[in-house]
Design a binder for this molecule. Sequence first.
Ligand SMILES: CC(C)(COP(=O)(O)OP(=O)(O)OC[C@H]1O[C@@H](n2cnc3c(N)ncnc32)[C@H](O)[C@@H]1OP(=O)(O)O)[C@@H](O)C(=O)NCCC(=O)NCCS
Length: 162
Amino acid sequence: MSDLLVKLYDLPDMSELMAGLASDGVDIKRAIAPEKHIVSGWVAEKFSKGWASEAETAFSNHPVSCFVAAKEGRILGFACYDAACRGFFGPIGVDEDMRGTGVGKALTIRTLQAMAEAGYGYAIIGWAGPVNFFKKTVNAVVIEDSKPGIYRGMLRTLKESE
Ligand SMILES: CC(C)(COP(=O)(O)OP(=O)(O)OC[C@H]1O[C@@H](n2cnc3c(N)ncnc32)[C@H](O)[C@@H]1OP(=O)(O)O)[C@@H](O)C(=O)NCCC(=O)NCCS
């Protein structure tokens, strides 16, 4: 899977999307340190231990470089930056039951906004799975010859090697 590039100075407006989610009780917010074990455990359960490791790294940054979607104190999705590498966006994941409701788009744009606020001009989406999702939501473009990029030679568990 290739990496993607996103212009942080040309992000789409998300005020309507955020208002719609807020009216459904969904909040998109920067995570705080006491939530680390909740986010990490949820990511490991729903996605992978590798992504949980990345989320934990995001919690070691100041400010925490992880955003969450939450409703009534329950996590619905997460997105990180500056986890695998400085300037990288991801990982991102939304609870299967909540997909298709705009949570992924809102998390993506909010997290990319935070990267712009942190001083980045462009974001790199590492090892992007759903390329069309990122093309559609934030006009991402594929970086040629970026596979396997920074992930070359990454350690794997025996199960992942099968
Ligand atoms: C990718 C993911 C985060 C999208 O989250 P989501 O909440 O379902 O996305 P949204 O509801 O915000 O979708 C926004 C738009 O993108 C479209 N979209 C969603 N997933 C898509 C995909 N895989 N490919 C193309 N378009 C997609 C939606 O149809 C929607 O279009 P619309 O604005 O015209 O209605 C979610 O499917 C997910 O968690 N996948 C598993 C983890 C993953 O692959 N993460 C990426 C790692 S790089």
